[in-house]
Design a protein around this ligand. Sequence first.
Ligand code: ADP
Length: 291
Amino acid sequence: MQALIRHLETQTGQSLQSPRFSCVGGGDINSAYRLQTANSDWFIKLNRADLAAMFSAEAAGLRELASIGTLRVPEVICFGEFQQHAYLVLEFIELGSLNSWSASLFGQQLARLHRQPQAYFGWPIDNTIGSTPQHNARYDDWVSFWRRQRLGKQLQFAAANGYGGSLQTQGEKLLERIGDFFSDYHPHPSLLHGDLWGGNAASDHQGQPVMFDPACYYGDREADIAMTELFGGFGRDFYDGYRGEYPLDAGYKTRKTLYNLYHILNHLNLFGHGYLSQANAMIGQLLAELK
Ligand code: ADP
């Protein structure tokens, strides 16, 4: 760690006196540490050097979220490669649970982020969802983006992982019909967090909401809201806050499954067979809506 500290001193131009390292738990993919010194308090994620692009994309997402400024995200200090490691250094934020007030504020602030129209669907660079590659080409048409860059890609990964059969045949049918879910709904591109499950949002010690670990792209805001519902944890105050600021379309109830299917397919690809029946059931449910 001494060598890393010297490297970070060179990178940031800061002198890191009396450094104290501690491990931070809770991450899915990276090892994480807190580095406290006389004049800094940093959160450091480490992984293999070949995963450096994952951290540079995360940094780009955090910086873009910060530039819009509606919601607190950790400040990016620096990122790069050192010896066999890739690293991302962020401001350390003392995190706690969202209470009723901060959850409502989080909903409002996320809605304000989503209300800002972006220029296209996609994103300037590719990133990752979990550890899976997430491709972000530039599209003017959301339906094509969701078909080709999101569901289609995860179905291809699933085929390569040996999940053929009805997942693929039914999945193909769904891909052809995605446009039917958008006959009277035309979303504008919003900057999305992209991986907004309960483990990626919290509050700081003043109760201000914070979100972190994004997989940003410009997309339909419903995709972010859908993911908040996938594993639970956000509570009624959050949704009241969001809807009060920026109401959702009635068709969200159906499209929610279309959006969360992406994450369930990703879980199938990352964690295996346990997610297959859920993915099949979601595809079946969506196709049944179209009959
Ligand atoms: P991973 O990319 O491995 O999933 P996360 O970015 O989710 O890692 O971080 C792991 C845990 O560390 C989070 O669940 C959160 O509790 C904590 N954490 C994340 N970012 C910060 C930060 N900037 N300051 C303090 N703690 C953080």
